[in-house]
Design a protein around this ligand. Structure first.
Ligand code: ADP
Ligand code: MG
Length: 631
């Protein structure tokens, strides 16, 4: 510890700037963010960026904005000097109506205090361009500069970032990870301004480029999302469009089966400002909770428009976070809009999933083709598509053993158990009936393979349905509907099951006994480490009570604090539904298969099981023909 001193020093301007830089300029990507935000605030339509060595040796940003005039140059690099807040006569400013990205007047002086900064600029009413340099806080004269054939614009070069603060330099990660942060920063900014062209060169290689578009706001916004987040996002997404209390929410969200294993691809913009909202991950989880496993995350690009009075942007030096006056309202709006979209997506399969499937099929073919015929490699290469992700979709699931194949003798869903035959009976071949089935989105069931997958012929191609995943989903949706009507039938066990569990699990379940009763599950304390199961939800059929209770206990343990009541109910229902479904491995009759398909078509959210695994994949005839080289 330093010896206490009663002398209070006023810090020099340089020291103040360096301290501010500590907050504002955390790494090269944050310096770049400030520079590009300035370009956008200056009305630029074209922004070109070069970064070398992860941005540590050089960052260069060139724009065609309004430029900085000769006199203004030396003011721009002063601390708390900004053109974006106009003081009233008494000097007061209005921080509640900020419409520009910048407003703190801190970025340029902060950058100048820790690097070698050179600003060259030209305004349209001056024939000459001017430049100024700042090196570790030392400011040069303003002098005339060479300028390309452009009426106005600014070129800002930052060399040797943090050379003046070696301690900070030590915190930098590898050039590669700094470069990744830079790309992410530019993507965020590109997403919120589809009307502006961006190009980014990293170590002289063009790494990212998008062209600004004009026209309908929603349309160019969707196009930009596709351009930045990839075509799969453009195809496998749901449009979000909602409004509540004057707050507008727009954007795109991935359909559940197109999820990712991390939450990095979730973007939120508030009044055109990219923000990192720690709430967003939780919001996404709550909205998709019912259709995604815990370790899967949707891709989101959401744009909130809200009266600036109701959001405080001045809560973070780097302006990356905002504070809402009514966070619950925002949360409700976003969750509601996402849920609504998920429920209304209907029966939509994932385009990228089909592509992956075809890719995998193509690979199988390559292996064979190579060994048998030594085919031409360039031909084979065209088949190689991204490796199918299907493995990871199964991470969230757990295998259950159910004694009677999960079917009940009490009102099962969709079809009656009869494992006798899976061959088509003559009346099934009735052409008329078959033709009308073909018109349905999931088509006419043609066969059951490996007692697990239903193959159906559709108008456009074929559909492959995972019967267990699909049925599990239908059970869940039925249970939810019954819950909503307070109409969940129970079945009384003639001989109540006694289930032995870890005592803390017993505690957890008994604490929720009342809530569980609403779900149709009636349990009682049966001494230490044991629970008596009196009644179970009829819809589940005959279940293995031990597995069901264990699962519920786990679910309660993991979700109790994290989720709200509604989400918890869904989580519990989802666990229960898993126990009431047709297991893979059960033989289905054609009527049963078709009944399952029809029910899927009519049930919301049936495109994925409760863990977010897809329930079906479709392949277009066209693509299948390509596989066989027919096209
Ligand atoms: P702020 O953006 O908060 O105003 P900065 O330190 O980032 O503070 O910039 C200071 C001022 O310099 C801005 O208010 C703006 O007037 C001017 N400026 C900075 N960059 C540009 C640019 N690329 N084009 C035009 N003016 C700029
Ligand atoms: Mg700024």
């Amino acid at each position: 510890m330093a010896t206490p001193s009663s002398i209070i020093n006023r810090l020099s301007a340089d020291a103040i700037n360096q301290i501010a830089a500590g907050e504002v300029i955390e790494r090269p990507a944050s310096a770049l963010k400030e520079l590009v935000e300035n370009s956008l605030d200056a009305g630029a339509r074209n922004i070109n960026i070069w970064c070398d060595d992860g941005g540590l040796s050089r960052i260069l940003v060139e724009d065609d904005g309004i430029g900085i005039g000769r006199e203004a140059l030396s003011i721009a690099i002063e601390r708390h000097a900004t053109s974006k807040l106009v003081p009233k006569e008494n000097g007061a400013i209005d921080l509640t109506r900020i419409e520009s990205l910048g407003f703190r007047g801190e970025a340029l002086p902060s950058i100048g205090s820790v690097s070698r900064l050179k600003i060259t600029s030209k305004t349209s009413d001056d024939n000459d361009a001017w430049e100024i340099e700042v090196e570790g806080g030392r400011v040069s004269q303003t002098r005339p500069a060479a300028w390309p054939n452009l009426t106005s614009g600014t070129r800002i070069e930052v060399r040797d970032l943090f050379f003046a603060t070696p301690a900070r330099l030590k915190f930098m990660k590898t050039a590669r990870s700094e470069a990744l942060a830079i790309i992410d920063t530019i993507k965020r900014l590109a997403l919120c301004r589809p009307d502006v062209s961006f190009s980014l060169f990293i170590d002289s290689r063009k790494t990212f480029a998008v062209v600004g578009q004009s026209g309908d706001g929603d349309e160019i916004c969707s196009n930009r999302i596709g351009a930045v987040l990839g075509a799969s996002m453009a195809n496998d997404c749901m449009k979000i469009d909602a409004e509540r209390a004057g707050i507008i929410l727009k954007g795109l969200a991935s359909i559940p089966v197109a999820s990712r294993s991390d939450s990095r691809h979730q973007y939120l913009f508030v009044n055109g400002r990219p923000v990192k909202d720690p709430m967003l991950k939780g919001i996404a989880r709550a909205a998709y909770q019912d259709v995604l496993a815990r370790d899967r995350h949707p891709i989101l690009a959401l744009f909130l428009e809200i009266d600036p009075q109701f959001v405080d942007v001045n809560v973070h030096p780097a302006k990356t976070e905002v504070r809402f006056r009514d966070p619950a309202l925002i949360r409700g709006l976003v969750i509601g809009a996402l849920r609504h979209a998920i429920a209304n997506t209907g029966i939509q399969s994932s385009e990228s999933l089909s592509a992956q499937t075809l890719g995998a099929l193509g690979k199988a073919q390559i292996a064979q083709a190579t060994s048998n015929y030594q085919r031409d490699y360039s031909y084979q290469a065209s088949f190689i598509r991204p490796q199918a992700k299907s493995d990871s979709f199964y991470e969230g699931s757990r295998g259950y053993e159910i004694d009677n194949n999960g079917m009940s003798d009490v009102a099962p869903i969709g079809f009656i158990a009869n494992p006798s035959a899976n061959r088509f009976s003559p009346e099934q071949n009735d052409t008329q009936a078959q033709n009308s089935l073909l018109d349905a989105p999931l088509g006419a069931a043609k066969a059951q393979l490996h007692n697990t997958y239903i193959v159906a012929q559709t108008k456009e191609g074929i559909a492959i349905i995972d019967q267990h995943a699909a049925h599990e989903r239908l059970v869940l949706e039925k249970m939810k509907a019954a819950m909503a009507d307070k109409n969940l039938a129970r079945q009384i066990s003639l001989i109540p099951d006694i289930v032995e569990l870890d005592s803390s699990d017993c505690e957890r379940l008994l604490e929720k006994a009342q809530e569980l009763e609403d779900f149709g599950l009636v349990i009682e304390n049966f001494g230490p480490g044991a629970i008596l199961v009196r009644e179970t939800p009829a819809i589940l059929g005959k279940v293995n009570a031990k597995n069901l209770l264990q699962d519920l206990a786990d679910e309660i343990a993991s979700s109790d604090e994290a989720l709200g009541l509604k989400e918890r109910i869904d989580a519990i229902l989802s666990s229960m539904a898993c126990h009431g479904s047709v297991r893979a491995g059960r033989v289905l009759r054609p009527e049963e298969m078709n009944a399952l398909l029809r029910e899927m078509e009519q049930t919301p959210r049936s495109g994925q099981c409760n863990h977010g695994r897809p329930t079906f994949v479709t392949l277009r005839l066209n693509d299948i023909e390509k596989l066989f080289g027919r096209k």
